[in-house]
Design a protein around this ligand. Structure first.
Ligand SMILES: [Zn+2]
Length: 56
């Protein structure tokens, strides 16, 4: 995961929801949102081209 890659809209949404849940003390919901965020990590995983050292 690189700093220069901004999180996608979905991840931002889930992160925001997670933080909100955490702040309201709902750690169960926070964990659920964290899971959701991790479940669509296509942009966080090394792509096939990245693995081969080519520009993505
Ligand atoms: Zn995402």
């Amino acid at each position: 995961m690189t700093e220069e890659t901004p999180p996608c809209a979905e991840c931002q949404k889930y992160t925001a929801l997670r933080e909100k849940a955490k702040q309201s003390g709902d750690y169960r919901a926070a964990a659920d949102y964290e899971l959701l965020r991790r479940q669509h990590p296509s942009h966080e995983m090394p792509s096939v081209t990245a693995r081969w050292g080519l520009p993505t």
